[in-house]
Design a binder for this molecule. Structure first.
Ligand code: FAD
Ligand code: NDP
Length: 525
């Protein structure tokens, strides 16, 4: 097929100025390769990966008038789970996780209800199949929504697995093996990551599942061992416990590494009070399937060196994630990665070692593995490529929430980080144990409902970090994140009017400093 003489706008470098060129109409594999060799590219921008970052980048660039393509391909999990367009967050991350967390919270509310006069039958069973089907249907609607949005914005979508052929061209392989070559002036890698399997552990791959599977199980996982102690492990163990499943977390070291450790301890303390069992300082050695289908797990107690054993219906590995960079043929085009993490090395403009190839989101080195940061990085990159803005992504003070049964929201520095950076004598920590009003009538234990604000000691006492443990922590932290991003001081937070009666107002009432040694328990209004 001959190239049509339509005139389109194309990107040129980072200047964002347009030049006119004749587009290539792909004439099969060889045609596309020849066109690319002649300096003619199919697209202004090609995005590899249709997840949080990739879709945001593609849609923004298309909205700004660029000719854009997205390639996305989901390799089924070792267990065979597969899903649609939208990446980790939509399919096997934030969305199904938050919905299952909500299902678990509802169980708690059902237990509260009789205190408020609801005559609820004491034993209210939970139906996993029904919950999973509802969650999966919602996720499928999001998959569809993403496809429609791409279509509406004239972004060409290819369901192919991409790898680089050269600096401007990728080869995509479809499910049936069909090959497509696509070329572009600028290429953004947004391939995210996948759960890590401990392949050195006998039976881990054959008998274990990961977060790529848990949300797509049709039947309840039953008695579950969750291995790991970070976001994914604790969130999954939290909702499984909340759904009244016998749940054990096996951790080899500390919970929530990198987070404020006082808060992290309270998170696991609350989980334990709700029924989650913890095997601390333990590491799994092997998993064997018993004739009755149960999984027999042998582990080592790292303190005593003793071996122990238990049986479970499901073993969930939540031991971190590996970036999806290995199959991309990055070495061939000179895109540098960190040999340890396999993540792509990027600069402040998200550019890789090859100037017109960029990387965003979970695949990029040193970036928070969070959806909002991937999205904003993608949008800003598109704006810069289109000459709409020169704004760089600011990765400081990114708020986050761990959706454990008692949610933990935070923004800024942990107490440990603040002390390490500024010295103990320059840091003031204000704190409070408080009782959410909704816990009172329901006679819930609020021992772990705790807030701390980490500030510089010198006036005006700049707020360095806020840590909130309690109901709706994500909602509370989101609002205060704005203040902290704007450089709020302790004095300004204290002048902020509370909204009564809420948990969030307790932040604006943090009068007791740790240094004072006074009892930080809030009593009364
Ligand atoms: P992804 O969303 O992972 O998208 C990458 C896409 O690229 C995928 O569709 C992948 O299949 C595709 N791909 C990979 N290689 C290729 C290739 N060669 N060719 C074509 N396509 C390819 N973050 C939050 O902010 N809040 C949360 O509550 C939260 N909860 C989470 C819960 C879990 C269980 C997990 C695992 C993660 C959670 N996250 C959460 C993190 C969040 O999901 C990720 O940070 C985010 O999805 C990263 O976006 P991304 O664009 O970098 O990659
Ligand atoms: P992390 O890398 O944060 O944590 C891995 C955990 O597994 C650690 O507790 C680690 O322990 C443990 N671990 C690692 N290797 C082994 C092993 N061989 N045996 C036993 N335990 C092991 O991974 P996650 O998968 O939990 O989270 C990945 C990212 O996804 C997070 O950083 C976060 O950004 C994002 N995410 C965000 C969420 C949110 O916003 N709410 C929710 C879920 C994920 P150790 O400390 O000893 O190394």
């Amino acid at each position: 097929m001959a190239a049509t003489a339509v005139r389109v706008k194309a990107l040129r470098g980072d200047s964002g100025r347009f030049r006119w060129r004749t587009p290539v109409v792909a004439g099969g594999v060889r045609g596309a390769a020849q066109d690319a060799a002649a300096g003619r590219q199919d697209y202004d921008l090609l995005v590899i990966g249709g997840g949080s970052g990739g879709l945001a980048c593609a849609k923004e660039a298309a909205q700004l008038g660029k000719k854009v393509a997205v390639v996305d391909y989901v390799e089924p999990s070792p267990r065979g789970t597969r899903w649609g367009l939208g990446g980790t967050c939509v399919n096997v991350g934030c969305i199904p996780k938050k919905l299952m967390h909500q299902a678990a919270l509802l169980g708690g509310m059902i237990r509260d209800a009789p205190h408020y006069g609801w005559e609820v039958a004491q034993q209210v069973p939970h139906n996993w199949r029904k919950m999973a089907e509802a969650v999966q249907n919602y996720v499928k609607s999001l998959n569809w929504g993403h496809r429609v949005q791409l279509q509406d914005r004239k972004v060409k979508y290819f369901n192919i697995k991409a790898s680089f052929v050269n600096e401007h061209m990728v080869r995509g392989i479809a499910k049936g093996g069909k090959e497509t070559l696509l070329s572009a002036e600028h290429i953004v890698i947004a391939t995210g990551g996948r759960p890590r399997y401990p392949t050195h552990i006998e039976g881990a791959l054959e008998h274990g599942i990961t977060s790529d599977d848990i949300f797509w199980l049709k039947e309840s996982p039953g008695k579950t061992l969750v291995v790991g102690a970070s976001y994914v492990a604790l969130e999954c163990a939290g909702f499984l416990t909340g759904l009244r499943l016998d749940t054990t977390v096996m951790m080899r070291s500390i919970p929530l590494r990198g987070f404020d450790q006082q808060m992290s301890s309270l998170v696991t303390e609350y989980m334990a009070s709700q029924g989650t069992q913890f095997l601390r300082s333990c590491t799994p050695l092997r998993v064997r399937k018993l004739p009755d289908g149960q999984l027999q797990v042998t582990w080592e107690d790292l303190k005593s060196g003793r071996e122990d054993m238990g049986t479970f219906d499901t073993v969930l590995w939540a031991i971190g994630r590996v970036p999806e960079t290995r199959g991309l043929n990055l070495e061939k085009v000179g895109v540098n990665t960190n040999p340890d993490s396999q993540k792509i090395l990027v600069d402040a403009r998200e550019a890789t070692s090859v100037p017109h190839i960029y990387a965003i989101g979970d695949a990029a080195e040193g970036r928070p593995e969070l959806t909002p940061t991937a999205i904003m990085a993608g949008r800003l990159l598109a704006q810069r490529l289109c000459g709409q803005s020169s704004d760089l992504m600011d990765y400081s003070n990114v708020p986050t929430t761990v959706f454990t049964p008692l949610e933990y929201g935070c923004v800024g520095l942990s107490e440990e980080e603040a002390v390490a950076r500024h010295g103990e004598e320059h840091v003031e920590v204000y704190h409070a144990y408080y009782k959410p009003l909704e816990f009172t009538v329901a006679e819930r234990d609020a021992s772990q409902c705790y807030i701390k604000m980490v500030c510089l000691r010198e006036p005006p006492q700049l707020v360095l970090g806020l840590h909130f443990l309690g109901p709706n922590a994500g909602e509370v932290t989101q609002g205060f994140a704005l203040g902290i991003k704007c450089g709020a001081s302790y004095a300004q937070v204290m002048r902020t009017m509370g909204i009564h009666p809420t948990c969030a107002e307790e932040v604006a009432k943090l009068r007791i400093s740790k240094r004072s040694g006074l009892d930080p328990t809030v009593t009364g209004c």
